[in-house]
Write a protein that binds this ligand. Structure first.
Ligand code: PAF
Length: 282
């Protein structure tokens, strides 16, 4: 497995591979890899000649009071994990190499970024789409893999790829969960023992709404309400709900009233200073 830090070097390598007729899959990550990331890599491995994983904690997608400085990092461990699942190349740029002095360009998806996570993190998605565009230009992938846990991020990236005609197929991979149902996330590492146990209530609450939906309930208010009630019942530590929303799966428009189209229930909760997101497609 090769490791490259330099932008020119990886772009030249990717170009040579594409010219030689090889297919490239990109798995963009911020490192501190868990099984959710490894699943993206396994899927990529099945599809492409060359699997590239990028590891970069992207400063421009963090707000001023967010966790950029304490975001967990373990490059050595990450490299071992990548090697074990058969990744060919790991790209580990520095912030200075991706954002040199005088950098002043951004990629913005205007509408689908406004609600949900975008409401509480106003510059977040612009940071994501800007870095992902750069990673696409540097690694020239045919396919790129993203987890469905970040459901809005996946929708935003699909929108950007369509709108800007990137010749790249975006593949969403289902959420990988811990044994107790908590969606895998690098940020789970922040949770102390008690709150870590209580965090399992998030998926349990979504699942209750899923059961209610399967029993025939189509009222968005009731489906969201049961999630809140379950959280209040099961989480004893202080927590704050940022949003619980039922949205159309395709464009993430909020559904008020009756659910008549494919829908997804999305949630963001703050527990022990940690922002946790999850979702359930109904
Ligand atoms: O999902 C993530 O880890 C990040 O948002 C991404 C896509 C790697 C961009 O920094």
């Amino acid at each position: 497995m090769q490791k490259i830090e330099n932008c020119q070097e990886i772009q030249a390598l990717a170009l040579a591979q594409r010219r030689a007729g090889k297919s490239i899959a990109l798995v963009p990550t911020m490192g501190f890899l868990h099984d959710g990331h490894l699943e993206l890599m396994r899927q990529a491995r099945k599809l492409a000649d060359l699997v590239i994983v990028s590891i970069f904690v992207n400063p421009i997608q963090f707000g001023p009071n967010e966790d950029l400085d304490r975001y967990p990092r373990d490059l050595e461990g990450d490299l071992k994990k990548c090697e074990a699942v058969g990744v060919d190349l790991v790209f580990t740029p520095t912030p200075q190499s991706l954002y040199p002095d005088f950098f002043q360009t951004a990629v913005t998806v205007t509408e689908i970024t406004k609600g949900l996570c975008g409401a509480g993190r106003p510059s977040h998605f612009q940071g994501v789409t800007t870095v992902v565009s750069k990673l696409f230009n540097l690694t020239l992938p045919d396919t790129a893999f993203f987890g469905e846990k970040d459901f809005q991020q996946l929708a935003v990236i699909r929108r950007m790829v369509t709108d800007l005609n990137f010749p790249i197929k975006i593949i969403g991979v289902p959420i990988v969960r811990e044994k107790d149902g908590l969606a895998m996330s690098s940020r789970n590492a922040y949770l102390p023992g008690k709150e870590r146990q209580e965090a399992a209530a998030i998926f349990a609450a979504l699942s209750q709404a899923g059961s209610l939906y399967r029993e025939g309930c189509r009222e968005s208010e009731k489906l969201c309400q049961i999630v809140l009630e379950q959280l209040e019942e099961k989480i004893k530590s202080p927590f704050r709900v940022e949003y619980i929303k039922l949205c159309e799966t395709l464009n993430l428009t909020e559904i008020n009233g009756l659910v008549k189209q494919p829908a997804v229930l999305l949630i963001a909760v703050h527990l022990a200073g940690t922002r946790l997101i999850d979702n359930l497609q109904l």
